[in-house]
Ligand binder design. Structure first.
Ligand code: DON
Length: 586
């Protein structure tokens, strides 16, 4: 009913339509575990003078560092890191997926964001994930196969931003990745574990099976050298033909074939979807916190709004006067997060299709009214979405989506002070499990609500042709005195929001260095239940949280936070001990 909004006239009409409508809230069920944990490593704060990369895989981080060492800028290094991540960390991100970039451009002294989120195919419709009985499909029935594949956006983001800001030659950034794809790379411990764990889905389609398994069906294990000539070939086309090497010609055709011919679960993506894909530059969404501005990705991500709301909601409680081991501080943070998630469930979606009240959700008076709902040491019985000042629609009820894991966050600061904070995803671990031309295709369409209406009301994050699914990805740059101070982000589905907000509190309020802030035990509250990281001192609070009225779940919390802090002396980098990333600097 409401397609992409192209003109002022349509905007006015749409505003009128929206103002006469009610919308259903939509809440992620998030019932599935994130990408599995694969052990804890020892990480130390890395210090550098000139430049730094932090990324989820050492080979990819090194590729970025090589670019910076030979004089490339942050955007050049971003291209190299992302293309290498797609090879060596294929379970998490790649050119078959989408991404968001928050970028500080030193020359223009400007913070901006680029939206390379996947789009729903033009043939997509609200019933895509309903079964024959008209009920939402089982989550993995929807994920695995062609049905969930959205138009990839990452290549367009790399190309567009490199055209605008890049310094080194495009081909020279791709060349080392081609060489690694041809010569092979050793399968990392984490990749090996995830191949083994995902055996049933990952061996369903022939190209994927062949790549990740031996001919006798055994999963390829840690240390085996994996070569990917198909990916090398794709990168060669990308190198030679630029963006068209991906969105047109043989690579585009192979994507369409993989999606439409997935024997048991075909999808809707066609060549026109690929040809029409557009990366969108958008204003960052910023929220004040103490002397900082916490800035990040606005719609279609819910990340910056939710993190901003959490920070503004906790501000009156002055958590800086407490310490990390204060039970009440954790509880206040949890309640602030619940309140933000209630708003997110109702209001967050692609703002080109639905009038997300961004300014209202971050309005000082509105957030203060939310803050006043919090009772220290007592769980709110019920948390509902509010009505921020610029809401154009009436609210109603609750729908459902599931958001699942895989995803990668990296940061780069170059010698000139340009800053990249980028989160990139193929959604679930190994995405749709379909491969085309040497890379995995995303399942990002399952980030939409599976139901288009609830109690007779349309859901904001329902599937519509060309629309971008709501995300939680939160590439963040914290500003201080109008300059970048901290770049941070994480994978983790909708838990990303809590991982980032909690790390900000640990650093900005509790004065932990960024490594310690990232290491800190994690506690997440999205919809009321208190998730506490297993085998950590925080888990000792379980009984006390229960007596405050929370349901507590002790579990793995597999964040993958990476951060770079910009200091007067230089740079500090940190990588999450829960994954296998590193910080490299000089
Ligand atoms: O866009 C989103 O919010 C999700 N598709 C991200 C998935 C994710 O972070 C999984 N992480 N482990």
């Amino acid at each position: 009913m409401f397609g992409k909004i192209p003109s002022i006239l349509t905007m006015l009409m749409t505003t009128w339509l929206f103002s006469t409508l009610t919308y259903a809230a939509e809440q992620a069920a998030d019932a599935f575990a994130p990408e599995s944990s694969t052990g804890i490593t020892d990480q130390k704060l890395v210090i550098a003078k000139h430049w730094m990369v932090t990324a989820a895989n050492p080979i990819a981080a090194k590729t970025g560092a090589d670019v910076l060492a030979r004089g490339g800028n942050a955007i050049d290094a971003m291209v190299a890191v992302q293309l290498m991540l797609g090879l060596v960390e294929p379970q998490s991100s790649g050119i078959g997926g989408g991404s968001f970039l928050v970028y500080w451009d030193e020359k223009s002294q400007r913070l901006t964001t680029f939206d390379g989120r996947e789009t729903a195919p033009l043939q997509a419709h609200g019933n895509l994930f309903l079964n024959e009985q008209g009920k939402p499909m089982e989550f993995y029935d929807a994920v695995v196969g062609g049905r969930s594949v959205a138009t990839p956006g990452t290549v367009a983001l790399l190309w567009h931003t490199h055209q605008k800001y890049g310094k080194l030659d495009w081909s020279s950034l791709i060349e080392p990745v081609i060489t690694t794809a041809q010569n092979g790379f050793p399968i990392s411990a984490r990749l090996a574990t995830l191949i083994e764990k995902d055996k049933a889905f990952l061996s369903r389609y022939p190209d994927t099976r062949q790549y990740f398994f031996h001919s006798d069906g055994q999963p390829k294990s840690q240390g085996i050298v994996l070569k990917n000539s198909a990916y090398a070939n794709t990168l060669a086309l990308l190198s030679k033909n630029g963006i068209s090497g991906f969105y047109r010609g043989e690579v585009a055709q192979s994507i369409v074939n993989a999606v439409t011919h997935a024997q048991d679960n075909p999808g809707l993506l066609n060549k026109q979807d690929l040809m029409q894909y557009q990366v969108i530059e958008r204003e960052p969404v910023c929220a004040p916190y103490k002397q900082y501005q916490v800035c990040g990705m606005g719609p279609p991500s819910s990340g910056a709004i939710a993190i901003g709301q959490i920070m503004m909601t906790i501000a009156p409680f002055e958590l800086d006067k407490s310490n990390a081991d204060n039970l009440t501080s954790w509880q206040i943070l949890a309640e602030a997060s619940r309140l933000a998630f209630a708003d997110r469930g109702l209001h967050a979606a692609d703002s080109d299709f639905y009038p997300v009240p961004v300014t209202g959700l971050l309005d000082q008076n509105y957030v203060r009214s939310r803050s006043e709902l919090i009772k220290p040491n007592k769980a709110l019985k019920k948390v509902s979405p509010g009505t921020p000042p610029d809401t154009l629609v009436n609210q109603a009820s609750v729908g459902s989506t599931l958001e699942l894991p895989s995803t990668s966050h990296f940061n780069i600061v170059d010698a000139n002070g340009n800053v990249v904070s980028m989160t990139s995803s193929i959604e679930n671990v190994f995405g749709s499990r379909l491969m085309a031309s040497g890379f995995l295709l995303n399942n990002e369409l399952t980030d939409f609500s599976f139901v288009a209406t609830k109690n007779g009301l349309p859901v904001a994050n329902r599937i519509e042709a060309g629309k971008r699914p709501r995300s939680s990805m939160s590439p963040t740059i914290v500003m201080k005195n109008d300059n970048p101070y901290l770049a941070i982000g994480s994978p983790g589905g909708s838990r990303i929001i809590g991982y980032v907000a909690q790390s900000l509190v640990a650093h900005l309020d509790w004065n932990l260095d960024i490594q310690k802030a990232i290491n800190q035990p994690k506690m997440i509250n999205r919809f009321g239940e208190m998730d506490i990281e297993i085998n950590t001192p925080l888990a000792n609070y379980a009984t006390q949280f229960e007596s405050m009225g929370y349901r507590v779940k002790i579990r793995d919390l597999n964040s993958g936070l990476h951060a770079i802090r910009i200091t007067d002396e230089g740079l500090e980098g940190a990588a999450d001990p829960r994954r296998e990333g590193v910080a490299i600097g000089r």
